[in-house]
Design a protein around this ligand. Structure first.
Ligand code: NI
Length: 254
């Protein structure tokens, strides 16, 4: 069954039908999902979802565009919550230079601090990196992130960059973008990378695959991603589901 390694079911876009939608997952072939925190408030909501649904796991952390709110007491709270049994990763953390706020130095400071947090609590990391390929890789190498492990979520860089992360033992998160006609670079990465380091993700409510591009996304759309990965790799859809499910459980240590 499908494992969605990156979702945001705490988002207000799910307020109308969250319970109904989540309760329909398992009958539609979705075994488990990891809800990802993007701020302290979203991390708190993530913990709530893990307590309410047996098949929902959680990652907690603060997204690079939200670190303006962070202070050391926020890190202390995250550290305490990382001890909860269903919190399986620190994230999403990283660098995002698409937006100018907060400044690069502030983003780097809290990226480093949250990488260290993951090391302290012995959990893998969920990395968000956008328009910041070189700085993200430089920091992760300098801080020996290969000893922490985890996933580069919504991987959007080149094959050469993919090789760097794969060599560090990281998984690459593949989602709806791979179905887009103009996603040549990502299709090349999927063709190149070993299945053993791929995990599936939605990033829902964002990034719906074709044919639902532009609409609200959910884990129920992952079969379209599976179909495209199977086509590129020349393997069956069942194999894609089985291997990525096993990878997700290895990565999140379930
Ligand atoms: Ni996300």
């Amino acid at each position: 069954m499908i494992f969605d390694t990156h979702s945001h079911y705490d988002d207000e876009q799910f307020d109308e039908d969250r319970e109904e939608l989540l309760n329909s997952m398992q009958t539609h072939g979705v075994e488990a999902v990891t809800n990802i925190g993007s701020s302290l408030a979203a991390s708190r909501r993530t913990i709530g979802l893990t307590e309410q649904y047996p098949f929902v796991y959680g990652a907690i952390g603060v997204h690079p565009n939200e670190v303006g709110e962070l202070e050391e007491d926020g890190i202390a709270w995250l550290k305490e919550m990382c001890a909860l049994p269903k919190i399986v990763a620190v994230g999403e953390i990283g660098l995002d230079y698409y937006w100018d706020e907060p400044g690069h130095d502030i983003q780097k400071k809290w990226f480093e601090r949250q990488l260290e947090l993951a090391r302290e609590v012995k959990l893998p990391v969920v990395i968000h990196s956008r328009d910041a390929a070189k700085d993200t890789l430089d920091m992760m190498k300098a801080l020996h992130a290969e000893k922490i492990g985890g996933v580069i979520h919504c991987f959007s860089y080149t094959k050469e960059m993919a090789r760097e992360y794969l060599n560090m033992g990281f998984y690459l998160g593949i989602g709806g973008v791979v179905t887009f006609k103009n996603a040549k670079k990502l299709k090349e990465v999927v063709e190149y990378m070993p299945m053993e380091q791929m995990v599936l993700e939605t990033d829902c409510p964002y990034l719906s695959p074709v044919p639902n591009r532009g609409k609200r996304n959910s884990s129920l759309n992952l079969p379209y991603v599976v179909e495209e990965v199977a086509r590129i790799k020349g393997i069956s859809e069942d194999e894609v589901i089985e291997i990525t499910n096993r990878n997700a459980k290895t990565m999140y240590r379930l």
